[in-house]
Design a protein. Sequence first.
Lengths: 96, 96, 96, 314, 314, 314
Amino acid sequence: MTTQPMTLLVIISEAVLEDTLIDEITDLGAKGYTITDARGRGTHGTRAGRWTQGGNIRIEVIGNAQLCGRIVERLQRAYEKDYGLLMYTVPIELQN
Amino acid sequence: MTTQPMTLLVIISEAVLEDTLIDEITDLGAKGYTITDARGRGTHGTRAGRWTQGGNIRIEVIGNAQLCGRIVERLQRAYEKDYGLLMYTVPIELQN
Amino acid sequence: MTTQPMTLLVIISEAVLEDTLIDEITDLGAKGYTITDARGRGTHGTRAGRWTQGGNIRIEVIGNAQLCGRIVERLQRAYEKDYGLLMYTVPIELQN
Amino acid sequence: MHFEPVVLFFLLGVFAGLVRSDLKIPSAIYEALSIFLLLAIGLQGGVKLAEFELLELLVPSLLILAVGSLIPLLAFPVLRLLGHMTRADSASIAAHYGSVSVVTFSVAIALLAQEEIDFEGYMIVFLVLLEIPALVIGVILARHGVGSVRWGKLLHEVLFGKSILLLAGGLMIGFIAGSEGIKPLDILFFDLFKGILALFLLEMGLVAAGRIAGLRAYGAFLVTFAVVTPLLSAILGTLLGWALGLSLGGTMLLATLYASASYIAAPAAMRIAVPEANPALSIGAALGMTFPFNIFIGIPVYLWMARFIHGLGA
Amino acid sequence: MHFEPVVLFFLLGVFAGLVRSDLKIPSAIYEALSIFLLLAIGLQGGVKLAEFELLELLVPSLLILAVGSLIPLLAFPVLRLLGHMTRADSASIAAHYGSVSVVTFSVAIALLAQEEIDFEGYMIVFLVLLEIPALVIGVILARHGVGSVRWGKLLHEVLFGKSILLLAGGLMIGFIAGSEGIKPLDILFFDLFKGILALFLLEMGLVAAGRIAGLRAYGAFLVTFAVVTPLLSAILGTLLGWALGLSLGGTMLLATLYASASYIAAPAAMRIAVPEANPALSIGAALGMTFPFNIFIGIPVYLWMARFIHGLGA
Amino acid sequence: MHFEPVVLFFLLGVFAGLVRSDLKIPSAIYEALSIFLLLAIGLQGGVKLAEFELLELLVPSLLILAVGSLIPLLAFPVLRLLGHMTRADSASIAAHYGSVSVVTFSVAIALLAQEEIDFEGYMIVFLVLLEIPALVIGVILARHGVGSVRWGKLLHEVLFGKSILLLAGGLMIGFIAGSEGIKPLDILFFDLFKGILALFLLEMGLVAAGRIAGLRAYGAFLVTFAVVTPLLSAILGTLLGWALGLSLGGTMLLATLYASASYIAAPAAMRIAVPEANPALSIGAALGMTFPFNIFIGIPVYLWMARFIHGLGA
Ligand SMILES: Nc1ncnc2c1ncn2[C@@H]1O[C@H](COP(=O)(O)O)[C@@H](O)[C@H]1O
Ligand SMILES: Nc1ncnc2c1ncn2[C@@H]1O[C@H](COP(=O)(O)O)[C@@H](O)[C@H]1O
Ligand SMILES: Nc1ncnc2c1ncn2[C@@H]1O[C@H](COP(=O)(O)O)[C@@H](O)[C@H]1O
Ligand code: NA
Ligand code: NA
Ligand code: NA
C-alpha cells in the first residue's frame, strides 16, 4: 500500500453539458472521472432537476495539479459565461 | 484564473429534512448549495432509502469559515438530537 | 460545538460490490458510511450504469487514520485485481 | 375463508426479503405505484360519490369521524401505561393506528369485487377524512404539557401531503367528470388497478421482511398490541356500520378502515411533528405486523363479522 | 364550450405546486411518460399515414411547413422591437413558438375523440416536421452577423434529439406494421394513452406552478405575447387548413399545431445552440402561460374557429 | 419468413444508439420493465402448468436439462482451443450460452401467438431450470484445478437472484391462483405484455448499439461463435423436442431456449463467481450478436426447423 499526493478537482455544472464536459476533460488528458447526479442553487438560479429546469452533475477528476489547472482554465473560458459552473480543488492522498 | 481558499461544509442528513435545511442554510447567508441523494448507516441506524425508512441527502456548501461555523452551530442545536446528522469541513481552493 | 480532525476515505467501485464492501467495511470497524450512486471511467473502461455495464458507487467512510488504512489494505488485496476500484483519503474536521 | 390471490405477491416479496435476494423495486417505481394507487382510489370514490346526495351523508360522516377518533384516544393510555412507552412514542403509535391504510383498503375492495359484494362508494371519502383527526390527536397527545406545536407546519404536512392531496384530488376529478367523463381513463385507473396493487404488494413484502425481523426487538407487548388493536377497532366499525344501516360491503369496509394502520402518510407527518418518537417502533408495528395480519386474517374475519351482524338483523 | 376532463389533472398539479405539497413525480417516471407519449403519438400517426398516397401529401406538406416558418420570422421582430429583448432571447422565444407541443396536440386529439370528430392522420407528421425549420430559423436569427453556428452539433441535436427520434421512429414503425401488425400493442399505446396523458398533465401542472409564479417578473409584454401569438397563429392555421381542403378535425389540429409552443425539444436545442439566451423567459412563457391558455381556452376556440370557417363554406 | 413488428423497436433503439441520440430509458424504468417481464412470463407459465400432471413431466424435464447441460460443456473446449481464450473467459462465455434469454423467449412466444400456434405451457419452467446447471457448470469449468469456489455465495446468487426468483415466484403464483384467480391481473400481465416487451426491446437496442460497435475488437472468432452456437444448439433442441413428442410450438420454443444466451442473470452471477473473466466479451457476444441474430433470423429459422421435422413425421 502506497499513497500518492494528488489533486481532486470537483466540477459542478449543468446536466445538459455532461457529454461535452467529458469530451473536454478526456481531451485534456484526464485518465478517468466519476460523475454523480446533483441539484443545487447558485448565481444562475435553482437547478432542481425538473425537466424544464435541468439538473446538475458533480464531476470528480483526480490528477496532478497541472492537469486540473488546464481543465479549470478551459472550462472557465468556454462555459462560465453562459452556464452554471463551479469548480474547486482539494489535495488528496490517492491510495494505490 | 484565480484561486481562493474557502471552506467546504458537507452535511449528511435525512432526506425528509431537505426543504427545512435549505431554508436554514439560505437564511444564514449561504449563496449556494449542491445536493446529492445518498444512503448510509450511522448511530441512528441504516437509512437505505426504502420508503418506510427514508434516505439521506448529502449537502455541500462552500463559504467562508464563519458561515460554515454558523450553519454547523444552528443545525446541531436544532436537529442533532432527533435526526440523523453528520457534518464535516474541508479546506478547498475555489477556482474562479 | 467541537471539531475533531479525522480522515475521510472515499471508495469508488462497482455497484455490484455494494453489499460485499459494506460487510468488509463494517467488519473492519467502521461506525458508519455514506453511499451515493455514480458513474465514471477509469482503467477498467466506462461504467455508465446501463444494465449490462453496471454503475459505480461512491462510498464515504469517516474514521481515524488506522481504520482507513486497514480498509484500504483489505480492499486492495481482495478487489483491486478484478474490479474497478479507486480510493483516496482527505483530512477533514468532523463537526460534533 | 376467502382468499385473494393478490396477497401472494406480498408473500413473494417477504420471501425475497428474508433470503436477501437482490430484487429491488426502484424507488421511482414504488413512488409512481403509490401515486397511481392513491389517484385511482380517489377517482373510483369520486365517480361513486356523484351518485349520492351529499347533505344526507353529513350526519353519518360526522359519526364515523367521531367514533374513529376514539381509536387513538384509547390506544394512547394503553401504550403509555401497559406498554411503558414514552409519551412521544405512545402518541405517534396511536396516530398510526387512528389513521388508515390505502393498501389494506384496496385489498378489501379487491376481495369484495371477487365476491361480487357491492358497497357504498363514499366509503372512500373516509380514507381521506379519518387521516386528519388521527394525526392531530397524535400531536396533541405528544405535546400535551410539553413543548409547543408548530401547527401551521403540521396542518400543511397533513392537508397538502401527497397522500391526502392525491386522494382528495382524485375524488374531486372523479366527482366532476362522472362515470361518463372518466371512461377513457377507465383502462388505466380501474382495469389495471389490481395488477398494480399486486406489484405494490411485492414491494411491501420486501420492506415488511426487514420490519418483521426487527419486531422481536420491540417485545411481546407491541406485537400483541399490533394484533389486538385492529380486531377491537374492527368490532367498533362493524357495530357502527350496522347501526348506520350500511350495506354488507360498506360495513366490512368501515371495519377495515378502523382496523388498518397507516404506514405512508402518518410516518411522514409524525417525523416532522413528533421527531423524538422512534419511527422504527410505529412503522415496525403497523407494517411488519398489522398490515400482514389484516390482509391475511383480518379482512376475511371482518367480512365474516359483517355477514354475522347482518344475519342477526335478518 | 367543450370540456375535456383530462385537463383537471393539470389543475390538480398546479394546485399541488402552489400549496407547496411534497407531491413529486420522480424524474424517471416523467421521462418514461414522455417517451411513451412521443412513441404512442408516432405510432398512431404511422398507422393512419399508411392509408394515404404519400406523393399527394407533398404539396400540402410544403405549404404547411412554409406558412409555419412565418411564425418565428414574424415573432422575432415583435420581441426585439416591441419587447426590447436581446437578440438571443428574441430568437430563442421565436423558436419556441415556431415549434410545437406534443401534449397540447394530444389534448386536442382527446377532445376530437370525445366529440367523435375525425381528422387526417398525417397531421401527426407535422409534429415532427414543424420542429425542424423553427429551430433552424431560431439559431439563424440569433447568430445573424454575430458569432458562428456549430451547425453539425445543432442539426444532430434537432434530428436525433429524443423528441424527433421517437416521433419519427413511432411513425415508421406504425407505417410498416400497419393497423393489423400493431394490434397486440394497441392496449398499451392506444387504450392507455389518455390515462398516461392525465398523469403527464399532473406533472406539467406541478412544473407550471413554479413558472406561473415567475411570470410576473417577465412583465406585461411577455404575458401578452404568450396569449396573442397562439391566437394569431391559430387563425393562420385555420385559414390554411380550410384552403387546403382539410376536414373539420384536420383544420382544428393545424390551428393547434401553429398555436402551440414547444417546451421539451426547443429548450434542449436552444440551450446548446444559443446558450446566452435566458431559458427562464422562453420556458416561462411557453409552459407557464401559453400551454395552460391553449388547453383551457385555445383548443375549444380553435374548434369553434374550424367549425365557423367550415360553416361559411357550406 | 415470419415477421414480428415488435422487433422494429429493437432496430429503433440500435439506430438511436448508433447516431448517439440523447434518448435514454431511465434505469428505474428498465429495471421495472424487466421485473414486469419476468413476473408476467412466470405467471403465464404457472397458469398453463396447472393444466398438467406434474409427475408426467419429470422424465422429459430431466432429459431437457441433461441435454441443455451439454451446451456449455461443448462450448468450453471450443472457446479454449479454437478461440485461444483464457480459462475464465471460456468458462464465463460457456455459461452465458448454456443459460437462456427471457426476451428472446418472449419474442418467440409473440411470434407463435401471431401465427396462432399453440405450445406446451410448461416450457416456461425451463426458463428457470436451464439457468441453474449452466451457471454451476460455468463456475466448475473456471475453477477446475485453480482456486476455490465460494459455492454458498454462488448458489445464493443463482437461486435467489432476481431473475430466477421472479420467474419461479410468478410460476408459483400462477399455479396456485389458476386462470380464474389470475383473471383480474390479466390486463396488466397478459394484455400489456407485448407492448412492454416493445419498450424493453427499445432499451435493448440502445444498449446493443454500444456492444455491436465493440464486437469488432473481439475478432472474427467470437463473432462466428456467436452465430454458429445458437444454430447448433437449436438443432439439438429441435431434435430433442421432436423425440419427446412436443407440439410444433413446443419444439420451436425448446430450440429457442437452447439457442438463446443470457445477458441478465448470467452476467451478474459470473461477475461475482468468476470475477477475472472480462464481462465485455461475454455480454458483447450474447447481447451484441446472438440476441439480434436470434430475434431477426434465428427465431423464424427455428420455426421452420420445427415445421420441417414435424412434416417429416407426418
Ligand atoms: N456556495 C456554493 N456552495 C455549494 N455549491 C454551490 C455554491 N454555489 C453554486 N453551487 C453549485 O454550483 C451550481 C452552479 O452554480 P452557479 O454557476 O453559481 O449557478 C449550482 O447549481 C450549485 O449546485
Ligand atoms: N463514520 C461515518 N462515515 C461516513 N458517513 C457516516 C458515518 N457516520 C454516519 N454517517 C452518515 O451520516 C448519516 C447520519 O448519521 P447518524 O446521525 O450517525 O445516524 C448516516 O446515515 C450516514 O449516511
Ligand atoms: N482519474 C480519475 N478521476 C476520478 N475518478 C476516477 C479516476 N480514475 C478512475 N476513477 C473512478 O474509479 C472507477 C474505477 O476505476 P478503474 O478501476 O480505474 O476502472 C471509475 O469507473 C471511475 O468512476
Ligand atoms: Na385505523
Ligand atoms: Na407553434
Ligand atoms: Na442457451
